[in-house]
Design a protein around this ligand. Structure first.
Ligand SMILES: [Cu+2]
Length: 124
């Protein structure tokens, strides 16, 4: 099961690489906030089969809370490729989740429902 998941994610990344970075719209629509404690809040919106942000790079701090504020028009699943991995199910409406990543590195956050890279978390 895990292997299938990883394969699908690798495929998504490969497709993104093939598509190149033309357009440069990845930063558009990204809404993140950092508070004084070092926590980062990322707003994620699912609407009409699309997700915002898409492929955005987001800097987060290792060991500090990463909060997801998810607003969706349909339920789905979000997957964070850290170790250990995090999977969140969200419902139609608003869902708030929080997690931490201890190890610095680049971590993909994906929608398995849409097969899209939502954000790359740069953990520092
Ligand atoms: Cu995944």
């Amino acid at each position: 099961m895990l292997r299938v998941v990883r394969l699908c994610c690798t495929l998504v990344v490969a497709l993104l690489l093939l598509a190149g970075c033309g357009g440069g719209a990845s930063k558009d629509g990204t809404s993140t906030k950092k508070d004084s404690s070092g926590a980062t809040t990322i707003d994620i919106t699912f609407k009409d089969g699309k997700v915002t942000p898409q492929g955005a790079k987001v800097e987060v701090q290792a060991g500090k809370p990463i909060k997801l504020h998810i607003v969706a028009d349909q339920p789905g699943e979000l997957h964070v490729h850290s170790s250990p991995e995090h999977e969140f199910e969200y419902k139609a409406g608003t869902t708030d989740e929080s997690f931490t990543i201890k190890q610095p590195g680049v971590v993909d956050m994906e929608s398995h429902t849409l097969d899209k890279l939502v954000a790359q978390l740069e953990v520092r």
